[in-house]
Design a binder for this molecule. Structure first.
Ligand code: SF4
Ligand code: SF4
Length: 167
């Protein structure tokens, strides 16, 4: 979604957003019902890692990495089960919206306002001029992001300090 401003080569040498520290487990991606069905239809993918649940009568799933850490180090990262040697194994239909919109997040502030925010942890996008990112998001993505989040309210994250509000 951010290919116009995020270079593919930077992501290939980073992969930060496909592995999770214990403190980042709240960022574990949420799969929609459509993602779950597509993954289960793909014989090359392991759908058994998905833990399904329902919210607002919609099906979702995520996976549990909490038992995957081998040390006590807070720096240790547990990889997403769908991360392969050459990147994400999922196609567009299978890939969670959380991953498609990263490093953006749709978040709910304490007063209930829904905002589009930029994570402080993506090394590439945070090198860009913030006004450039803001303009890109407001002109090209904003309406679609708010509409999708409104249709899938469980995907809206609670706002966290340090995220830069773009819209
Ligand atoms: S953290 Fe940013 S630079 Fe790194 S892989 Fe993710 S989107 Fe790309
Ligand atoms: S589903 Fe794909 S893009 Fe998302 S965290 Fe896993 S490997 Fe990365």
């Amino acid at each position: 979604m951010l290919k116009e401003i995020l270079r593919k080569e930077d992501c290939a040498s980073c992969r930060f957003c496909c592995a999770f520290r214990r403190t980042s487990l709240w960022e574990t991606p949420i799969f929609t019902g459509e993602n779950i069905d597509a993954i289960r239809e793909n014989v090359d993918l392991d759908g058994s890692v998905l833990r399904e649940f329902t919210s607002d009568s919609q099906n979702y799933a995520t996976y549990d990495l909490s038992g995957k850490y081998l040390t006590d180090s807070p720096e240790e990262e547990a990889p997403c089960p769908y991360l392969g040697g050459r990147g994400c194994l999922l196609n567009d239909e299978e890939k969670p919206w959380d991953c498609k919109i990263w490093p953006l997040r749709v978040m709910r502030k304490a007063d209930g306002e829904i905002v589009i925010a930029l994570t402080p942890t993506c090394p590439s996008i945070n090198k860009l001029d913030i006004e450039t990112v803001k303009t890109f998001v407001r002109t090209k993505l904003q309406d679609d992001l708010f509409a999708y989040a409104a249709a899938h309210p469980y995907l809206i994250k609670e706002y966290k300090e340090g995220f830069f509000v773009l819209s």
